[in-house]
Design a protein around this ligand. Structure first.
Ligand code: GTR
Length: 357
């Protein structure tokens, strides 16, 4: 049924019948997604320094003293320019190295409406939380902090990175840091984000293969949802309000989805053979759960070349559908556009099960 739906919408599938065939084309797909949608990923910085700037007060009152709190200042140099941001991190005091989330967040603090940090830490996960607006503001100003670091005052060219790519790139700088912390299990790090930051989580994970899990919560248009035949937000609508999230080249597809030589399932396919978790909320018609499900289902075709592929029924999703334990998986929570406790708990259930715990 869903295969027919993809064909009816004209969603292109990458033509790879084996993992080797996919790997031979993967580099071209990375280039395509950069040049056509998100912009060219910035180069490796010339220098990055991480400084622990946690205050005594921050440490003292954190989570009844059973978990550790850090605030890490990241200073980056590129082509003689500098930019910096701080991320917050909680680490549970466990004997074994713990799995971790790099969380792209709307809020500066680690405890916030979308992030039940105490529960996350109590379940044995570390969380490193980046407030996206501190990296560069969510607007069309490309002279702000990390946008300025990358652009150095020049005009935006057609393939220059949009804000999503810039946020995603800084998530990899946080990943570099986590790799230096021995309390963290480096093989079990997830990147997670909601909505525009769900799109950003997908881009982060597509380009940075160190992330074992990539979690897209309600990411919709320009995220997990296929663009062809999509309800709610379309490329035209997203470009009208948020042209700065993408590269300028993407604008040529306004009203011309059918001319794209790819669709969002190509971005999702880049995550294979690692684990991809896509989630929707039943009332989030702007993001369009059915199109998100189709994106995950289609990405399963590449993931399947390595392992279990997509798990889930061959029909459109329903509220209450729980994760099926494939390598690409999906759940639909009843209710509105939100990253809830329930969502977090299902993600943690999945990761712990995947780790054999
Ligand atoms: C909406 C936007 C969506 C989604 C959402 C969010 O206004 O149209 O693409 O990203 O914002 O980030 O909350």
């Amino acid at each position: 049924m869903l295969r027919e739906e993809l064909a009816r919408r004209g969603v292109p599938m990458p033509q790879a019948k084996t993992a080797a065939e996919w790997e031979a084309m993967r580099g071209d797909v990375l280039t395509l997604m950069q040049k056509e949608v998100y912009g060219i990923r910035p180069p490796k910085p010339d220098r990055v320094t991480y400084t622990d700037v946690t205050t005594w007060e921050e440490e003292e009152v954190f989570m009844s003293g059973i978990h550790d709190k850090y605030r890490i200042q990241v200073e980056v140099e590129l082509s003689g320019r500098k930019a910096s941001f701080a991320f917050h991190m909680g680490i549970p005091r466990t004997m074994e190295p713990c799995p971790a989330f790099v969380s792209l967040s709307f809020y500066p603090d680690i405890v916030n409406p979308y992030q039940p940090a105490e529960e996350i830490l109590d379940r044995g996960f570390a969380v490193a939380s980046i407030c996206y607006g501190e990296v560069t503001k969510d607007d069309g100003n490309f002279a702000d902090n990390f946008a300025d670091l990358i652009y150095g005052g020049r005009e935006r060219g057609p393939e220059d990175p949009g804000k999503i790519m810039i946020w995603a790139w800084t998530a990899s700088l946080v990943m570099d840091y986590l790799m230096t912390r021995e309390e963290i299990d480096h093989d079990h790090i997830a990147v997670i984000g909601h909505s525009r930051l769900g799109k950003t989580a997908l881009v982060t994970g597509a380009f940075d293969e160190r992330f074992a899990y990539v979690i897209s919560n309600d990411s919709g248009c320009g995220g997990a949802a296929v663009s062809r035949g999509k309800g709610g937000e379309t490329i035209e609508k997203i470009i009208a309000r948020f042209p700065f999230w993408f590269c300028l080249n993407y604008q040529k597809y306004v009203g011309r989805e059918d001319e794209m030589p790819f669709d969002q399932n190509w971005l999702l396919s880049l995550i294979a053979p690692r684990k991809l978790l896509v989630a929707s909320a039943s009332e989030d018609l702007w993001a369009d759960p059915n199109s998100e499900y189709l994106g995950a289902f289609a990405a399963g075709e590449i993931s399947k070349l390595y392992g279990r592929g997509f798990a889930g029924p061959d029909r459109f999703p329903e509220p209450g559908d729980r994760f099926y334990y494939g390598d690409v998986t999906y759940h639909q929570r009843a209710g509105k556009h939100y990253l809830s406790r329930n969502d977090w708990n299902l993600y943690m259930d999945y990761i712990l099960r995947d780790m054999g715990r």
